[in-house]
Design a protein. Sequence first.
Length: 356
Amino acid sequence: MAGNDPSVIGRILEAEDVLTPTEYALAKGRSTSNKPQTIPHGWTGDTVGAILDNRQYTGCAVNFKSSRVSYKVKKRVRIPEDKQQIIPDKQEPIISEELWQRVHELRSHKHRPTRSGRTSPFSGIVYCADCGSKLYFYGSREKASDDNFVCSRYKSGRGPCTAHYIRNAALEKIVLESISRFVDFVRSYEGLFIHIQERTQAKLRDTDLKRMQRAVDNNRKRIRDIDSLIQRIYEDNVIGKLSDDRFMKLSGAYETEQHSLEAETESLEAELEAGKQKKTDLRTLFNIVRKTTDVRTLTPEFVKTLIRRIEVHAPQKIGGHRTQTVDIYFTGIGLFTVPEAEELAELIAEFSKQTA
């Protein structure tokens, strides 16, 4: 979470004389298939990466992680995560599920080394608001104040998107001010903030539920239509209007589509039911805010815990001045704008009526 990749973490552990998994097993008198290490405490990036990806540290059990190709071939292949069986609360957790998920998400982002050797706390979470691509961090060779982010699809003017250029220092100032305002608002108006979020999430949830219900209704209609089509081609085959070969191909295609629609509909109905029961969970966000007293510096760990995504819009010239919009999506709630004085007064009045 602090922005270190596995190889850097490995060097830190090596410098602190932390035993590697092989050394630890041997120290405990356990047998291990790994060869004894020639370099004491020689941590590798692969070893650290395997630990970071191990979900069982969250207290769950993970089954069906791999399987054999066949009974004749002993080689094992890894099973995709969505096909594995996750059983929660099987042992005492070492880290939280939220922390593991966030690190897992960050590890999916590839970081490009910069010529200057400097990094940004925002690397991996800055995106183009227009094309959705990542903004790459470029460290200036001359001075840190020139470090900047540029849309990855800009490609020096030859790509399909514009530069969306923003200096790292400017982005840091914008994010610092936004976080300070956000933290102050949540700490001062916690009850009102929860009310705003519940109302916002209810609207979004209703929209999603309506979309899923439409998809379910459309799937059900298509399933009924396929039944009619199969009945029709069966009758055409009986009276000789459709050959047996053609009937088998058409009926097979229709049945495959129908099975696929039935599986999708079952999944959508499960999501619908879960969506109706879903409540806004702000525990992670409040834990961060309550620990935050005075925001003056932005560490990679703090930024990536509190912020999920930053979107940078193309700059505009307004009144001869360059202006640029930056959207910040916070953990658990997404995009949030602290209300101005007039809107805040209206929200307080509305909240007071509801809680009176």
